[in-house]
Design a protein around this ligand. Sequence first.
Ligand code: FEO
Length: 177
Amino acid sequence: MIKKRMQDAMNDQIQHELGSAYLYLAMAADFHAKGLDGMAQWMEVQTQEETVHAMRFFRHVDERNGRVELKVLAAPQKEWASPLAAFEAAYEHEQFITARIDELVKVAREENDNAALMMLQWFVNEQIEEEANVTKVIDLLKLVGGTGQGLLMADRELGTRVFVPPPAGADAAGAPA
Ligand code: FEO
């Protein structure tokens, strides 16, 4: 059975992951409103990924006989000054999430919770990818500039992103997805 301290920390993380989904969905809505449907698609895929992240914590707490507790999600920002500003905000947010994962690892170590440590290893690796993905977009946007043909090319490129659901059997213990 999961200890209360670990359970509480994971419930906080469910809130953070769903909060991430909410933030990226707000960015998708802003991009759609501005006719940047490719960037909106990128953010919609990111929203789905964040929901998967939240569900990994949900299942882990539940399967270890803990109690999932859902918390309030604050309304996200509605509009960003430019695509670059939105992706830079996303990068800042991912750094915050990485710090949260590191904090969870610390709690798992202190509680001698090996099951949580194994599950969290997936997230440690995932956060490297999460930060790298956003950084790549920021680099692209800086390269092409914020207007005209370059922006349309970047929009088309980002619109090719598709959501890949985790394979069946990617479980709460953090099996590779
Ligand atoms: Fe779930 Fe983007 O971190």
